[in-house]
Design a protein around this ligand. Structure first.
Ligand code: FMN
Length: 207
Protein backbone atom coordinates (compact mmCIF):
# COMPACT_ATOMS: atom_id res chain seq x y z
CA UNK A 1 0.00 0.00 0.00
CA UNK A 2 0.96 3.66 -0.29
CA UNK A 3 -0.62 6.65 1.38
CA UNK A 4 0.05 10.38 1.76
CA UNK A 5 -0.30 11.41 5.42
CA UNK A 6 -1.78 14.87 4.76
CA UNK A 7 -4.54 13.26 2.66
CA UNK A 8 -5.32 10.85 5.55
CA UNK A 9 -5.91 8.19 2.92
CA UNK A 10 -4.29 5.17 4.60
CA UNK A 11 -7.72 3.51 4.89
CA UNK A 12 -6.59 1.52 7.94
CA UNK A 13 -8.36 1.18 11.28
CA UNK A 14 -5.82 3.51 12.92
CA UNK A 15 -3.07 5.86 11.79
CA UNK A 16 -0.14 3.48 11.18
CA UNK A 17 2.64 6.10 11.52
CA UNK A 18 3.68 5.39 15.09
CA UNK A 19 3.52 1.62 14.48
CA UNK A 20 6.21 2.00 11.83
CA UNK A 21 8.89 3.98 13.67
CA UNK A 22 9.45 1.55 16.51
CA UNK A 23 10.42 1.01 19.21
CA UNK A 24 10.65 4.59 20.42
CA UNK A 25 12.44 5.33 23.71
CA UNK A 26 10.33 7.04 26.32
CA UNK A 27 11.49 10.31 27.83
CA UNK A 28 9.84 10.47 31.23
CA UNK A 29 10.21 14.21 31.59
CA UNK A 30 10.24 16.03 34.92
CA UNK A 31 9.96 19.80 35.01
CA UNK A 32 8.96 22.61 37.39
CA UNK A 33 6.82 25.68 36.89
CA UNK A 34 7.72 29.24 37.92
CA UNK A 35 6.59 28.56 41.49
CA UNK A 36 8.48 25.26 41.74
CA UNK A 37 5.43 22.98 41.28
CA UNK A 38 6.71 19.63 40.01
CA UNK A 39 5.41 17.93 36.85
CA UNK A 40 6.11 14.54 35.31
CA UNK A 41 4.91 13.12 31.96
CA UNK A 42 6.03 10.51 29.41
CA UNK A 43 6.96 11.48 25.86
CA UNK A 44 7.76 8.88 23.19
CA UNK A 45 8.49 11.32 20.39
CA UNK A 46 11.79 11.37 22.23
CA UNK A 47 15.37 10.58 21.32
CA UNK A 48 19.07 11.35 21.57
CA UNK A 49 20.18 13.81 18.89
CA UNK A 50 23.99 13.79 19.06
CA UNK A 51 27.04 13.09 21.25
CA UNK A 52 28.65 16.55 21.53
CA UNK A 53 27.20 18.17 23.37
CA UNK A 54 24.98 15.23 24.40
CA UNK A 55 21.56 16.45 23.31
CA UNK A 56 18.03 15.07 23.61
CA UNK A 57 14.72 16.08 22.07
CA UNK A 58 11.06 15.43 22.62
CA UNK A 59 7.97 16.71 20.83
CA UNK A 60 4.94 18.02 22.67
CA UNK A 61 1.52 18.21 21.05
CA UNK A 62 -1.23 20.69 21.82
CA UNK A 63 -2.02 20.90 25.55
CA UNK A 64 -5.23 21.59 27.43
CA UNK A 65 -4.02 24.94 28.86
CA UNK A 66 -5.34 28.26 27.52
CA UNK A 67 -1.92 28.83 25.89
CA UNK A 68 -2.33 25.53 24.02
CA UNK A 69 0.81 24.09 25.61
CA UNK A 70 1.40 20.92 27.57
CA UNK A 71 2.72 21.62 31.09
CA UNK A 72 6.13 20.12 30.25
CA UNK A 73 6.69 22.52 27.34
CA UNK A 74 5.54 25.59 29.32
CA UNK A 75 7.61 24.63 32.37
CA UNK A 76 10.78 23.94 30.41
CA UNK A 77 10.53 27.11 28.33
CA UNK A 78 10.12 29.21 31.48
CA UNK A 79 12.52 27.39 33.84
CA UNK A 80 15.18 26.63 31.23
CA UNK A 81 15.74 23.07 32.42
CA UNK A 82 14.31 19.55 32.73
CA UNK A 83 15.22 15.99 33.65
CA UNK A 84 14.72 12.83 31.54
CA UNK A 85 14.04 9.81 33.73
CA UNK A 86 14.45 6.35 32.20
CA UNK A 87 11.20 4.36 32.05
CA UNK A 88 11.74 0.68 32.80
CA UNK A 89 9.70 -2.51 33.07
CA UNK A 90 9.45 -1.99 36.86
CA UNK A 91 7.94 1.51 36.52
CA UNK A 92 5.72 0.88 33.46
CA UNK A 93 2.41 1.35 35.31
CA UNK A 94 3.58 4.49 37.12
CA UNK A 95 4.91 5.91 33.84
CA UNK A 96 1.53 5.32 32.20
CA UNK A 97 -0.33 6.84 35.14
CA UNK A 98 1.69 10.06 34.87
CA UNK A 99 0.32 10.64 31.35
CA UNK A 100 -3.09 11.54 32.81
CA UNK A 101 -4.02 15.24 32.76
CA UNK A 102 -4.69 16.10 36.37
CA UNK A 103 -5.70 19.46 37.85
CA UNK A 104 -2.76 21.13 39.66
CA UNK A 105 -4.17 20.35 43.11
CA UNK A 106 -3.47 16.63 42.57
CA UNK A 107 0.04 15.40 43.37
CA UNK A 108 0.60 12.96 40.51
CA UNK A 109 3.85 11.71 42.03
CA UNK A 110 2.09 10.63 45.21
CA UNK A 111 -0.84 9.16 43.24
CA UNK A 112 1.56 7.11 41.13
CA UNK A 113 3.45 5.95 44.24
CA UNK A 114 6.67 7.63 43.15
CA UNK A 115 9.25 9.64 45.06
CA UNK A 116 11.60 12.41 44.00
CA UNK A 117 15.27 13.11 44.60
CA UNK A 118 17.03 16.47 44.25
CA UNK A 119 19.15 16.93 41.15
CA UNK A 120 22.72 18.21 41.32
CA UNK A 121 22.92 20.80 38.51
CA UNK A 122 19.27 21.78 37.97
CA UNK A 123 16.44 22.68 40.36
CA UNK A 124 14.06 20.12 38.81
CA UNK A 125 13.91 16.93 40.92
CA UNK A 126 14.39 13.44 39.44
CA UNK A 127 12.39 10.26 40.00
CA UNK A 128 14.01 8.00 42.59
CA UNK A 129 12.46 4.85 41.09
CA UNK A 130 14.12 5.48 37.68
CA UNK A 131 17.66 4.04 37.40
CA UNK A 132 18.97 6.73 35.02
CA UNK A 133 18.45 10.51 35.03
CA UNK A 134 19.64 13.05 32.49
CA UNK A 135 19.80 16.57 33.91
CA UNK A 136 19.18 18.90 30.96
CA UNK A 137 19.59 22.56 30.14
CA UNK A 138 16.89 23.78 27.74
CA UNK A 139 18.37 24.75 24.37
CA UNK A 140 15.51 25.74 22.06
CA UNK A 141 12.04 24.90 20.77
CA UNK A 142 11.27 24.32 17.12
CA UNK A 143 7.71 24.63 15.83
CA UNK A 144 6.90 21.79 13.47
CA UNK A 145 4.82 23.17 10.58
CA UNK A 146 1.43 21.43 10.45
CA UNK A 147 -1.59 21.50 8.17
CA UNK A 148 -4.02 21.77 11.07
CA UNK A 149 -3.81 23.70 14.36
CA UNK A 150 -5.09 20.78 16.47
CA UNK A 151 -2.26 18.56 15.30
CA UNK A 152 0.63 20.93 15.97
CA UNK A 153 3.82 19.78 17.70
CA UNK A 154 6.79 21.65 19.13
CA UNK A 155 10.18 19.97 19.35
CA UNK A 156 12.09 20.80 22.53
CA UNK A 157 15.84 20.34 22.60
CA UNK A 158 17.99 20.09 25.71
CA UNK A 159 21.67 19.67 26.43
CA UNK A 160 22.43 16.87 28.87
CA UNK A 161 24.65 18.48 31.51
CA UNK A 162 24.56 15.75 34.17
CA UNK A 163 23.97 11.98 34.07
CA UNK A 164 23.05 9.72 37.01
CA UNK A 165 23.33 5.94 36.59
CA UNK A 166 22.35 3.52 39.37
CA UNK A 167 25.60 1.84 40.44
CA UNK A 168 24.32 -1.74 40.25
CA UNK A 169 23.65 -1.25 36.52
CA UNK A 170 27.36 -0.82 35.75
CA UNK A 171 29.22 -4.09 35.11
CA UNK A 172 32.73 -4.90 36.37
CA UNK A 173 33.89 -4.22 32.78
CA UNK A 174 32.53 -0.67 32.98
CA UNK A 175 29.58 -1.27 30.66
CA UNK A 176 25.89 -0.55 31.20
CA UNK A 177 23.94 -3.70 32.05
CA UNK A 178 20.95 -2.97 29.82
CA UNK A 179 19.53 -6.48 30.30
CA UNK A 180 19.32 -5.77 34.04
CA UNK A 181 18.00 -2.25 33.48
CA UNK A 182 15.08 -3.50 31.31
CA UNK A 183 14.07 -0.21 29.63
CA UNK A 184 10.74 -0.17 27.84
CA UNK A 185 9.98 1.27 24.40
CA UNK A 186 6.81 2.47 22.76
CA UNK A 187 5.21 0.70 19.80
CA UNK A 188 1.95 1.77 18.12
CA UNK A 189 -1.57 1.51 19.56
CA UNK A 190 -1.37 0.55 23.27
CA UNK A 191 1.68 -1.62 22.75
CA UNK A 192 5.14 -1.46 24.30
CA UNK A 193 8.27 -3.58 24.18
CA UNK A 194 10.96 -4.43 26.73
CA UNK A 195 14.71 -4.73 26.31
CA UNK A 196 16.07 -7.70 28.28
CA UNK A 197 18.58 -10.56 28.03
CA UNK A 198 16.38 -12.35 25.46
CA UNK A 199 16.11 -9.47 23.03
CA UNK A 200 19.62 -7.97 22.90
CA UNK A 201 21.97 -9.01 20.09
CA UNK A 202 25.29 -7.57 18.87
CA UNK A 203 26.58 -6.75 15.39
CA UNK A 204 30.14 -5.67 14.65
CA UNK A 205 30.39 -2.82 12.16
CA UNK A 206 32.22 -3.69 8.94
CA UNK A 207 35.78 -2.27 8.66
C1 FMN B 1 4.06 6.23 26.59
C2 FMN B 1 3.48 7.58 26.30
C3 FMN B 1 4.11 8.40 25.37
C4 FMN B 1 3.63 9.69 25.09
N1 FMN B 1 4.29 10.45 24.17
C5 FMN B 1 3.86 11.70 23.92
C6 FMN B 1 4.57 12.53 22.99
O1 FMN B 1 5.60 12.14 22.43
N2 FMN B 1 4.11 13.79 22.78
C7 FMN B 1 2.99 14.26 23.42
O2 FMN B 1 2.61 15.42 23.18
N3 FMN B 1 2.29 13.51 24.29
C8 FMN B 1 2.71 12.24 24.57
N4 FMN B 1 2.04 11.46 25.49
C9 FMN B 1 0.91 12.05 26.22
C10 FMN B 1 1.42 12.92 27.40
O3 FMN B 1 2.16 12.14 28.33
C11 FMN B 1 0.19 13.53 28.11
O4 FMN B 1 -0.46 14.43 27.24
C12 FMN B 1 0.56 14.24 29.40
O5 FMN B 1 -0.62 14.57 30.09
C13 FMN B 1 1.33 15.51 29.14
O6 FMN B 1 1.62 16.04 30.41
P1 FMN B 1 2.09 17.51 30.67
O7 FMN B 1 0.98 18.43 30.23
O8 FMN B 1 2.28 17.46 32.15
O9 FMN B 1 3.37 17.73 29.91
C14 FMN B 1 2.48 10.17 25.76
C15 FMN B 1 1.81 9.32 26.69
C16 FMN B 1 2.31 8.04 26.95
C17 FMN B 1 1.61 7.15 27.93
Amino acid sequence: MFYEPHKKNHGLAKNPFNSLIIPRPIGWISSIDTTGVFNLAPYSFFNAVCYQPPTVMFSAGVGAGSDGMKDSQRNIETSGEFVCNLATWETRDQMNQTSASLPPEYDEIELAGLTTLPSLLVKTPRIAEAPVHLECRYLKSIDIPCWEEAGKYVMILGEVIGVHIRDDLITVDGLIDVAKMRPIGRLGYSDYTRVDGETIFALKRPE
